[in-house]
Design a protein around this ligand. Structure first.
Ligand code: GLN
Length: 305
């Protein structure tokens, strides 16, 4: 396994130069684009790492499936999916157009920005502070990393420039989708996106999903099996945004990417994989990260199809 992972990372390096770090969040454009690391956590609890796996990065959209699990555990499926849809989109992750053209208005799915912002407004807590505390504790629990915290510079950078996300949130408030105070929900969302992790943290989250909600390391149940399976399904249909179809064909693993360069993958009954490389393609997915997963899928026969 170590040998195959090393080879996958070596292969992935060839594709770093095809991508660019995200620039719409100014702080992300300062990240060294030449990093590439990957970690595998198997359901037997073995851990394999290769490349720059000591690097940390912000979760960005990799956080969306995790927040979704908490919101469903808090409110139940019926409540959540009355307000947020289940359909993939052919539009960009931050697209605004469908919010107005679909009647009644509803974000298409919880993996695009509009859906994820709405999801954050469903998280329970008597005030903003408690909602954030519950969220970060859930992220710590599922990643097995008790010291997870958000990166304040990335949080500030996104908060100061998040005009489009503000527009999405305000539009959803006007349509009674988003619950509570718009600015408080955005604060929670931006903090969640800037949570700092390494490859092992997201590989561990992937392994919990792969194991149907139980941590292979602590053997503790973290979420219901039904919630874990539902989230994996969203990762297949919407996890790589408008590249989800091609990713399903070429790689065939439930996965979620983020503009920080992370990809969290969950291979049912086998392993979680965390990959990080910050240079992104046009759709916002890590160029080298996708190639590492493609290589691993081929060599280890990981496609679920
Ligand atoms: N924080 C980012 C945003 O809202 C997350 C997007 C992403 O990772 N694709 O724009």
């Amino acid at each position: 396994m170590q040998n195959i992972l090393d080879k996958a990372v070596e292969y992935g390096r060839n594709f770093i130069s095809y991508g660019k770090t995200a620039s719409y969040i100014p702080e992300l454009s300062k990240v060294d684009p030449n990093q590439l690391g990957a970690t595998i956590v198997t359901l037997q609890g073995e851990i394999y790492s290769s490349g720059d796996c000591g690097s940390t990065f912000s979760m960005q959209s990799v956080s969306k499936p995790v927040a979704l699990m908490l919101a469903i555990a808090d409110r139940g499926e019926d409540f959540v999916f009355k307000r947020v849809g289940m359909e993939p989109t052919g539009d960009a992750f931050n697209s605004i157009i469908r919010l107005e053209t679909i009647k009644p208005s509803k974000p298409l799915n919880p993996m695009i920005n509009a859906g994820a912002i709405a999801i954050d407004s469903f998280i329970l807590g008597s005030n903003a502070r408690e909602r954030f505390r519950r969220l970060i504790e859930f992220f710590r629990h599922i990643s097995g990393n008790d010291s997870l915290w958000y990166n304040p510079s990335i949080y500030r950078s996104e908060n100061e420039t998040g005009f489009r996300n503000r527009a999405l949130a305000n539009f959803m408030k006007d349509n009674d989708i988003l619950i509570g105070d718009v600015e408080e929900v955005l604060e929670l969302y931006f903090k969640q996106c800037s949570i700092e992790v390494n490859c092992q943290d997201i590989a561990t989250i992937g392994s919990v999903l792969a194991a149907g909600g139980v941590s292979p390391i602590t053997e503790q149940r973290i979420v219901d099996k039904q919630i874990a399976n539902l989230v994996k399904t969203f990762m297949v249909t919407c996890g790589m945004y408008d590249a989800s179809g091609e990713f399903a064909v070429r790689v065939g693993i439930p996965a979620k990417s983020g503009v920080g360069g992370g990809i969290m993958a969950a291979v049912p009954n086998r392993m979680g994989i965390g990959v990080f490389s910050p240079a992104l393609d046009q759709k916002g997915n890590s160029t080298a990260g996708v190639k590492v997963l493609e290589y691993l899928s081929r060599e280890l026969n990981l496609s679920i199809f």
